[in-house]
Write a protein that binds this ligand. Structure first.
Ligand SMILES: [Zn+2]
Length: 351
């Protein structure tokens, strides 16, 4: 049941001192521990890649460390910490969806197996900590089985449910856990980490940070060259839509609707482009722009359009984004988006 590191990759960090941001969450946890009032179950809510799993690991490590630091953090050298570092601690486990594909699920068998363990005290004498991630992938049977543990929490057991939001969790589960909201990370932190860990130029780090929405996990997964190529395609598409005939809209929509990731990136990159144009127009400093590496191109576009066009373009993209999230037909949504962007003539209204 212990988690082995995959592909020899180092396990996620497990020190509170290495957690980026999330000071409020850490402050609450430390205060609860100092008052001996840790809850038996927490829900960590927030976007992917902002530290929910790292905090769960740090909590498990600190609870089980035999020589914790005075400010309450794991020491990193005791036998328990060494097992955490190796990913072989018997009392820390991560329950993830077992089935891949369109609808990954955490199944009742996984929860039952965990419940069987809870009949016995933690194997290493400290706390047994289980992270369930993403908690919204528990099917109804699994959630019901977990409810029994939440209703009669065993001693020295801690359950952590990580989820993007509570809307897809069962209210009976949510009501029995203490909630913590994980905020997106400040851009300055994401930029720093991208430069330190990936050796990126500041311009590339700023670009990826802006696209990540404050998720370091997402920022680290993005490739600056690939995203710059996608941006090139987005700008070309916007230009063609602005100049082309209405007949160009439908094939464009059909092509883009085929690839969800490309579609999400199109909307995000185009929105950020309009945002940068608006910022430039207000005389904002260049360091505030997401597309700092395209300053010349932004300045050219700025001369050819105006705030009215950019606001309208941004609004059209935001509306399309909402409709796609509500599962409206992507081709239809993109047809409408294409016509709206075309009406606006994108940034080239004076051509
Ligand atoms: Zn230790």
């Amino acid at each position: 049941m212990t988690e082995k590191p995959k592909n020899n990759a180092p396990p996620a960090p497990f020190f509170f001192r290495d957690i980026l941001g999330q000071e409020r969450v850490l402050g609450h946890l430390r205060a609860a521990r100092n008052a001996d009032r840790l809850a038996h179950a927490y829900i960590f809510l927030g976007p992917e890649g902002v530290g929910k799993e790292s905090v769960a690991r740090a909590l498990a490590a600190a609870l089980n460390c035999t020589q914790p630091l005075p400010e309450w953090d794991a020491c990193g050298t005791c036998p328990s910490c060494k097992r955490m570092a190796a990913g072989t601690h018997a009392d820390f486990q991560v329950l993830r969806p077992t089935s891949e594909g369109r609808q990954p699920q955490i199944k009742i068998e996984q929860i039952r197996e965990f419940r069987r363990l809870t009949a016995y005290p933690p194997m290493e004498g400290g706390w047994r900590v289980a992270l369930i991630k993403p908690a919204e992938t528990m099917n109804a049977a699994a959630a019901n089985a977990l409810l029994k543990t939440l209703e009669e929490p065993p001693a020295r057991h801690l359950l952590i449910l990580a989820a993007a939001s509570e809307t897809e969790l069962f209210p009976t589960i949510v009501s029995r856990c203490q909630k913590f909201l994980f905020a997106p990370l400040p851009a300055v932190l994401v930029i720093q980490e991208l430069q330190a860990r990936r050796g990126l130029s500041r311009e590339d780090a700023v670009f990826l940070s802006a696209l990540s929405g404050g998720s370091l996990g997402r920022a680290l997964a993005l490739n600056p060259q690939e995203m710059a190529e996608q941006r090139r395609r987005v700008l070309d598409d916007l230009e063609k839509l602005g100049q082309g005939s209405p007949a160009a809209v439908v094939p464009w929509a059909r092509g883009l609707a085929k690839n969800n990731q490309e579609l999400d990136n199109f909307i995000l990159l185009a929105q950020m482009w309009y945002r940068d144009l608006l910022l430039l127009n207000c005389g904002a400093a260049g360091r505030l722009l997401a597309h700092q590496d395209c300053l010349q191109e932004l300045e050219q576009d700025q001369k050819r359009g105006g705030p009215k066009t950019w606001f309208a373009g941004f609004a059209a993209l935001a509306a399309a984004h909402r409709q796609l999230q509500a599962n409206l037909n992507p081709e239809l949504t993109l047809d409408i988006l294409g016509f709206r962007l075309q009406r606006q003539g994108f940034v080239h209204e004076s051509r």
